[in-house]
Ligand binder design. Sequence first.
Ligand code: ATR
Length: 271
Amino acid sequence: MTDRYAVVGNPVAHSRSPDIHAMFAEQTGQDLTYERLLAPLDGFEATLRAFAAAGGRGCNITVPFKFDAFALATTRTERAQLGGAVNTLRFDQGGWTGDNTDGAGLVNDIQRNAGRPLAGLQVLLVGAGGAAAGVLGSLIAAGPAGIAVVNRTFDKAQALVASHAHLGVPLAAGTLVDAPAAQDIIVNATSTSLAGAASPVDARVLKPGSLALDMMYGPKAQGFLDWATAHGAEPRDGLGMLIEQAAEAFFFWRGVRPDTAPVLKALRASL
Ligand code: ATR
């Protein structure tokens, strides 16, 4: 029987995940379907239960339900536990296992696709909301020299750093104006690109050859990418991260690793 998967969110119509997973399934010969499920804002759990009862084997979770998914999971992977959010659920016999593949997706994109091994580098993570929390643990695990987390609201940066302080990489918290200069890797995990803003931090955070990545992709990310280019940095949008996090989820469900390179190429061409 064909196994069913879905991406659950609100809104969800814009999600590219069905295209990505269809390409993964075709490439690996896995017999599955992947659909979009719009959950009412007050009906996330009911939507999941109905999908699982109808033969769903797992799902990806997008805004605004990643915290609800965390709460509903009966077991969680260590990286999901650390970030406090779940973007992938697997419906197992005994319960629902929650994972978070966003951080591994970001790290794989930076290291494999952009060719920047993080070991020994200085990383600036801009933002301290759900998106930033979901990736900090994986950035730390890649072994950079240090990570500064800066945010408009200082308290949130400080809390995020405090919850990861035991992991053995030097971490600093600050406000946007405290952002340290000349960083190797800058990750924009704020939602400022949604409003078309260029960058929430000053260009002194960059140096020639810095990699400046916005987790968004498409026209929304353009302001940030143009800002990075104008200041001599290498711009990178969130499309690679999106595909890499999907590949991690695919592996979590199916135990098979798809080749992401042709999928990135195809999706880039269709944007
Ligand atoms: P997400 O799940 O996308 O991370 P979120 O949890 O609401 O969404 O977090 C949004 C992030 O973007 C936060 O870091 C937020 O800063 P605050 O914690 O100070 O709210 C940041 N952000 C949103 N609008 C911003 C703006 N205009 N300037 C700077 N940072 C902004």
